[in-house]
Ligand binder design. Structure first.
Ligand code: NAP
Length: 306
């Protein structure tokens, strides 16, 4: 059976990644769009999710809207009997997601919380490499220019928009995938522009269950070279994951690198989950972000004017 899919929220990520990856994935086909201000020729187009659900004729939705509306949309789609793919972050609170997992189970539908960075080509090799190493320390630098990567996205600065944790959660999704032990936050400093409800920068310290320190710097104010890097100090040298999980070096030697096919892998996994009647709802990265908002010391910094 080919899954008939609708994209909800035809914005930047839907256009940059989802459209091509859906087209490249056997077993799934784009049938409809639900977006208030955008449409695509040749498809059934609806202004709202409610109108899409009322019309029927689809099996699944990919929710590419901002996080603040995702859980409500997922609940409505599951209630209508659809499978649901959630862009990251899967929602704006952890608790909103728990009943959704139960609803999907009860309805026999797939619910998939995607973490696209986990599908970057060097992430699985990094996990395998680190499994055999004694880890001494971990440093994360996730610094990008918000004006370049999120132009006009006012939702990112609103409550639930996550601010710098919108990219930072990608680093957390990789860390939670490659490190051999669970870790938890021990300290956080969050910098809020005086005119924004979400942080523009964050300094985080974690410790894993063996006491290994993990430090992370997230910054949305980076101009010039951008960094999406994770450096792991091990007993056999530095394991360095760069470019958001695309390049892996071990003690300076290239181990793994490849093209960005994160979203192709996401859709292959979605088709597989649907065919097996399973869900995939790892909420750990979002839990770490929630912890940062719980434990973080806040400081107010210069206003952000786009
Ligand atoms: P975006 O460009 O703002 O697109 C989101 C779309 O959702 C908008 O174009 C809008 O389309 C719709 N929308 C906005 N507010 C809405 C609301 N209140 N209710 C219903 N629909 C609304 O944002 P994006 O960059 O695509 O990001 C969307 C999600 O993907 C975010 O969670 C983000 O973290 C994730 N993501 C983004 C990137 C990236 O590089 N941009 C990468 C990976 C993941 P209409 O006005 O037509 O309804």
């Amino acid at each position: 059976m080919t899954i008939r899919l609708a994209i909800v929220g035809l914005g930047k990520i839907a256009r940059d990644q989802h459209l091509a990856s859906i087209a490249a994935t056997p077993g799934i086909t784009l049938t409809a769009i639900a977006s208030r201000n955008a449409s695509l020729p040749g498809l059934a187009n609806f202004a709202t999710l409610d109108a899409l659900l009322a019309a029927g004729g689809i099996d699944a939705v990919a929710l590419c809207t901002p996080p603040q509306v995702r859980a409500g949309q997922a609940a409505a789609a599951l209630a209508a009997g659809l499978h649901v793919l959630l862009e990251k972050p899967p929602a704006d609170t952890v608790s909103a997601l728990l009943p959704l997992e139960a609803a999907a189970r009860q309805a026999g539908r797939t619910l998939f919380a995607t973490w696209h960075s986990r599908f970057a080509p060097a992430v699985a090799p990094a996990r395998a490499l680190l499994a055999g190493r004694a880890i001494r320390a971990v440093r994360v630098a996730w610094k990008e220019d918000v004006r370049v990567w999120h132009p006009g996205q006012g939702w990112i600065w609103e409550p639930g928009g996550l601010g710098v944790f919108d990219p930072g959660i990608n680093a957390l999704s990789i860390l939670t995938a490659i490190l051999p032990r669970p870790f938890h936050l021990t300290r956080a400093e969050l910098s809020f522009p005086e005119n924004c409800a979400s942080p523009i920068a964050a300094e985080l310290a974690f410790a894993d269950t063996a006491g290994v320190p993990i430090e992370a710097e997230f910054d949305f104010r980076q101009t010039g070279p951008q960094s999406w890097d994770i450096a792991v100090d091990t007993d056999a040298g530095e394991v360095l994951l760069q470019k958001g999980g695309r390049i892996l070096t071990d003690d300076g030697k290239l181990v793994s690198g490849g093209p960005d096919e994160e979203y192709n892998a996401i859709y292959r996994r979605f088709v597989d989950l649907v065919s097996r009647g399973e869900s995939d709802m790892d909420l750990t990265p979002l839990q770490h972000v929630a912890d940062a908002f719980l434990l973080g010391r806040r400081r107010v910094v210069a206003p952000f004017i786009e």
